[in-house]
Write a protein that binds this ligand. Structure first.
Ligand SMILES: [Zn+2]
Ligand SMILES: [Zn+2]
Length: 144
């Protein structure tokens, strides 16, 4: 392995040596947030993610990341649902709600159907077109 590369922290934008995904400052903050959130949850297992965020000052986005990383096990907390990554509907599993997954699957199969018919080698173009459809659709959906 070579030496770690200098890169911008995705959280705070600071330049840092890429030993982990985020810089030391953000990592430490994240660990503090985790201890705070996990500690509070242990005593208040019936609260919602919004209440947890309000009480601990840890952002909902950050708590959601702990859940995705498997550090907070939603199964143990009946009211701890979190917003779908794309539309914001409350969910308890995965990153996206069922509606968003269905939409994406539907679009993906429409696209692959079209590709099977064969329209020359323009798959790259079609792929970016599909991405446009999906984000357009989801944007409309989340605004309602
Ligand atoms: Zn940082
Ligand atoms: Zn969704």
């Amino acid at each position: 392995m070579g030496t770690p590369q200098l890169t911008n922290c995705p959280k705070c934008g600071k330049l840092f040596l890429r030993i982990r995904n985020i810089c030391d400052g953000c990592y430490q903050k994240q660990e503090e947030d985790f201890l705070k959130a996990a500690g509070y949850l242990r005593e208040h297992s019936g609260i919602t993610i919004q209440e947890l965020s309000d009480q601990t000052g840890v952002s909902v986005t950050q708590i959601r990341q702990f859940i995705w990383a498997g550090r907070i096990l939603v199964d143990q907390f009946p009211n701890l649902s979190y917003p779908c990554e794309t539309c914001g509907n409350m969910i308890q599993k995965g990153r996206k709600c069922k509606d968003c997954l269905d939409t994406i699957n539907k679009l993906a199969s429409q696209i692959s159907n079209r590709e099977e018919k064969g329209e020359g080698d323009r798959s790259h173009e079609r792929k970016s077109l599909a991405g446009g459809y999906i984000s357009h659709y989801l944007k409309e959906k989340s605004e309602t």
